[in-house]
Design a binder for this molecule. Structure first.
Ligand SMILES: [Zn+2]
Ligand SMILES: [Zn+2]
Length: 336
């Protein structure tokens, strides 16, 4: 039987259904796992994504894009190929893409995390013949602390900084990390101020899913340069790109906390020149990747997007799976 996916210069392609999954060059039909920039590129003619990803895709790529949507568990038949989405637990709207054709099931994970963060629909393992797994944190050194401990550390730090009369500034990606941090801070009776990029995503999410308001605290837009006084009763969230901007200088004394899986490695944390580092990630850690892969019961695993070589070798040598690493133009600094 012919494979359901092949690797092309534009990315993963399904010849039977004539569509790509998360292609990195412009194509006719793109199935998109989630709205992060390295997966959802501009310029495709037709997009297919999860219902909750559509507003984010439009926010990032423009209202005029052609988007078709599918809920989790729904099935779309494209030339006899059945496409369905399953939660990947990565960010709101993120999906694993299952494609089945003539009894063969292949699943493309997109980015995923196996820990239930209480906000994002939890990762659901899907039995398949071939599993295409990401490997952003595919090294044994990546092993996340339990969610409750991460939350306790984060909350404690925010209160400590405020107790010293300083402004806590949390740095994290605007889609995924920011909502997760807000969810962690929800019961702290703090004013949550958001950088415009994070605020725009917040608004788009709530407009589409009003029920999210129960899981997130009230927020306010912080418009640079802003009013320093206003920040004194709360916490400010900014994306990594805004950290170097001049307006943060004017907010002195502010104290920064960088929230990313990369913070697990001390050297990397130091490079980021933040005052504090929290290894909070929306990707699976090493044990999470291996557990997720085993749960699919796949005989063949394609590893991509990160430490593909290391993880594929481990799966071959230790788990006796037919595992290969496939090249993608993205290795490390992907949104997470
Ligand atoms: Zn992602
Ligand atoms: Zn990614």
């Amino acid at each position: 039987m012919d494979p359901l996916l092949v690797i092309t210069p534009q990315g993963l392609y399904c010849p039977q259904g004539d569509f790509f999954i998360d292609p990195w060059a412009k194509v006719h039909r793109a199935v998109i796992t989630h709205a992060h920039a390295d997966h959802a590129r501009a310029g495709h003619q037709y997009y297919l994504c999860h219902t909750d990803s559509a507003p984010l895709l439009k926010l990032r790529l423009g209202e005029s894009i052609q988007v078709q949507t599918l809920g989790y568990g729904e099935v779309l038949n494209v030339r006899g190929v059945h496409i369905s989405f399953y939660p990947s637990g990565h960010v709101i709207g993120a999906a694993q893409v299952s494609i089945s054709y003539q009894g063969q099931v292949w699943v493309v994970s997109g980015d995923y995390k196996v820990v239930d963060d209480g906000l994002t629909p939890a990762f659901e393992p899907v039995r398949c013949h071939v599993f295409v797994s990401e490997s952003t944190f595919g090294l044994p050194v990546y092993h996340w602390a339990p969610q409750e401990i991460l939350q306790r550390r984060l909350v404690q730090w925010v209160h400590d900084v405020r107790g010293r009369g300083q402004i806590p500034v949390l740095i994290g990606y605007s889609l995924g990390k920011a909502q997760r941090l807000l969810h962690m801070l929800k019961d702290e009776a703090l004013s949550c101020w958001l950088h415009p990029a994070i605020y725009a995503i917040h608004e788009a999410l709530l407009a589409h899913q009003p029920a999210l308001a129960r899981k997130l605290p009230p927020v306010q837009l912080f418009q640079p340069p802003g009013n320093r006084k206003a920040l004194q009763d709360g916490v400010l969230l900014i994306p990594p790109a805004a950290r170097e901007s001049k307006w943060l200088d004017r907010l002195e004394p502010c104290v920064t906390g960088y929230c990313s899986g990369w913070m697990q490695i001390r050297g990397r944390a130091r490079q980021q020149t933040a005052d504090a580092a929290f290894a909070i990630s929306d990707h699976a850690d090493w044990p999470g990747l291996i557990a997720a892969i085993e749960a699919t019961q796949a005989e063949e695993v394609w590893v991509t997007h990160g430490y593909a070589h290391t993880l594929a070798r481990y799966l071959r040598e230790e788990k006796h799976l037919h595992a290969i690493d496939i090249q993608s133009p993205f290795t490390e600094e992907t949104e997470e």
